[in-house]
Design a binder for this molecule. Structure first.
Ligand SMILES: Nc1ncnc2c1ncn2[C@@H]1O[C@H](COP(=O)(O)OP(=O)(O)OP(=O)(O)O)[C@@H](O)[C@H]1O
Length: 321
């Protein structure tokens, strides 16, 4: 089943066209990542899906419901979990009290101890919210997102401010949630996060979805040329190589670009071994997800962007507490 359907979604703030007709779908049980430069409209899209923001045009369906309809939006509250960028929580309550209080808002919440364990806050369960570090606070946000046992979880930049080990734990948690059947829609600026988590993804730039696919195939990444780089053995020239190669670059390496590197590597290493030489700093790389992502978004930088006229309004208060 499809968990989220977005078709021709448009949103304008004043006369600033932020979404110019975007389309994507999220399959039930997958982790879907929405990416894009600052101000591209990711949060706006998420807020529309969550029912916190109205849309101007287009069709939106979340778990078969329309978040733009008040009655559907109320039903969605039970089915959907949110981890937003600015969750307001009571600073003088403890971690446990905060999670227990939120559990009380749902008909069939998860067990509070299980949630505390899940987000790794057992040691901090008696601490007041105001005394938590930034990363611990974000883990509490995650706990509040999952305590209602949602079918669909929205994560807006879930690991911003986490240390490397807390990020790994959060990824583990997100994968566990997916494996237990929760659909997850997340936004992030970290390509390693997308690589580690996303089953599918879409890039939004200049008000449109400009690429979509999987982390492995985005922007034709899987069929892109491989780049072989190495140090020329002492006493040899680029022209001695058994195939065409670029001259040494400023980092002292020779580079060869090929569609399929197996045969080229074979003749290259054969060539070196026959001379009793080695190919220092030898690497074979295809463009990383980050390379592809930057290429895609850069190609939209020159385009006329969303028009900007008039003052910004205030975001609605999205806190549930
Ligand atoms: N309430 C509002 N009124 C007017 N303009 C707004 C409002 N909310 C957002 N915007 C503008 O809409 C554009 C998209 O904002 P949005 O927060 O959706 O982007 P984003 O992709 O989530 O960005 P970031 O990566 O920085 O979080 C921005 O230019 C922003 O300034």
């Amino acid at each position: 089943m499809t968990a989220v359907v977005v078709e021709g979604l448009q949103k304008t703030y004043g006369s600033r066209e932020v979404l110019r007709g975007i389309d994507f779908t999220v399959a039930e049980g997958e982790i879907f990542a929405l990416l894009g430069p600052n101000g591209a409209g990711k949060t706006t899209t998420l807020e529309i899906l969550e029912g916190f923001r109205s849309r101007d045009q287009g069709r939106v369906e979340v778990l078969g419901l329309d978040p733009g309809m008040p009655a559907d939006s109320r039903d969605l509250r039970e089915l959907v979990g949110l981890v937003l960028q600015d969750v307001a929580v009571e600073p003088y309550l403890s971690v446990r009290e905060t999670i227990a209080r939120n559990a009380g808002y749902y008909r069939a919440p998860r067990d509070v101890d299980e949630v505390i364990e899940l987000v790794g806050l057992r040691e901090k369960q008696a601490a007041k919210v105001k005394d938590l570090s930034g990363g611990q606070k974000r883990r509490l946000d995650l706990a509040l997102g999952v305590v209602g046992n949602p079918r669909l979880l929205f994560l807006d930049e879930p690991t911003t401010g986490f240390d490397p080990s807390a990020r790994r734990n959060a990824w583990e948690l997100v994968r566990d949630l997916r494996d237990s059947g929760t659909t997850i829609v997340l936004t992030t600026h970290y390509m390693d996060e997308v690589q580690a988590l996303a089953d599918s993804m879409a890039v939004i730039a200049n008000g449109r979805i400009v690429e979509s696919g999987t982390p492995a195939t985005l922007g034709g990444r899987d069929s892109a040329f491989a780049r072989i780089r190495f140090e020329l053995p002492p006493g040899t020239e680029v022209s001695d190589l058994p195939m065409p190669a670029s001259a040494t670059t400023e980092d002292g390496l020779v580079s060869i670009e090929v569609e399929e590197p197996t045969a080229v590597l074979h003749s290259l290493t054969d060539w070196a071994l026959h001379r009793g030489a080695t190919l220092g700093r030898l690497t074979v790389e295809r463009p990383s997800l980050e390379d592809v992502y930057l290429d895609i978004t850069r190609s939209f930088e020159g385009e006329p962007s969303q028009q900007s006229v008039g003052a910004h309004g205030h975001r609605p208060n999205r806190s549930r507490t």
